[in-house]
Ligand binder design. Sequence first.
Ligand SMILES: *Cc1c(COP(=O)(O)O)cnc(C)c1O
Length: 362
Amino acid sequence: MARVYNFSAGPAVLPEEVLKEAADEMLDYNGTGMSVMEMSHRSKPYEEIITTAEKDIRDLMNIPDNYKVLFLQGGASLQFAMIPMNLMKNKVADYIVTGSWSKKAWQEAGIFGKANKIASSEDKAFSYIPDCSDLPISEDADYVYICENETIHGTKFKTLPDTKGKILVSDMSSCFLSEPVDVTKYGLIYGGVQKNVGPAGVVIVIIREDLITEDVLPGTPTMMKYKIHADNGSLYNTPPAYGIYICGKVFKWIKKTGGLEGMKKRNEEKAKILYDFLDSSRLFKGTVDKKDRSLMNVPFITGNEETDAEFIKKATAAGFVNLKGHRSVGGMRASVYNAMPVEGIQKLVEFMAAFEKEKLNE
Ligand SMILES: *Cc1c(COP(=O)(O)O)cnc(C)c1O
């Protein structure tokens, strides 16, 4: 068996231990004689799986009792619509556009009401986070929206925007469970799990209880109301049952390996190895303002497309896969989520240094 170092932005690397455990339980989960995939979502064993998963994520993130945790479907992208449908009581919301994902969310919200773009970093190809300390927050805004870690561009909010008392909504897909979070600062946090937590198909929504109401936009389908899922413990219909089971195992793995404090420490160490190399390299360079760099997604370039392509090809052959930048921006991107081992990054940096030496001697 040969495992590669998978630097994919998502679906992405998962802890090997979790995959092995799931493999062991594939044919017979805990003496039930069946796979979790074959199990009723109303059965006792499944009830225990989803209840334990919720309890563990609550522990990990220190989620207060007045927040609900929902395990939903449709990926992060369905939340681009679900959020305005449920929260746009005044039909006004303010969006901070720092990359492709927040831009999509902003555009989607425009279908449902007035979505104001109150700040943007598009002028410099989304390579930084704008100053959000004194934004023109709309008086009647139902919420202020951010994408906390822009997966494609590699930026991260290091301080949250001053929302001037408005509810903060955050897409945390690509930094979910990568560091401790003060949940009380948000009205709603969500993340597609395929970046850092589990298999695609599950999106986790953490929402303050008072925001879950019947008062949604007219025409909102039942399946798109937070209330129906909250009232039914994420079991209104058949949930993405197997995906939730894997997320639950990842929660346990994070707990066992130091919780979110531990993850943060490791992620900082890991990212530092790569950023230090980029900052000293004569061939490669990072594309993001240093102060706004993501710990999870690290875009870089050589400045020459042919050299980029040659690097990606050689890296792939050497077992460092999925380093190609997003098709919209080019260059390279190394996504170094929780489950990327530190040696994966050390070895990548060694490989980059060797490539650099070879190129500069040509
Ligand atoms: C990947 C990603 C999305 C989209 O996720 P889907 O599950 O494919 O809809 C949205 N936001 C961010 C920050 C992402 O990284």
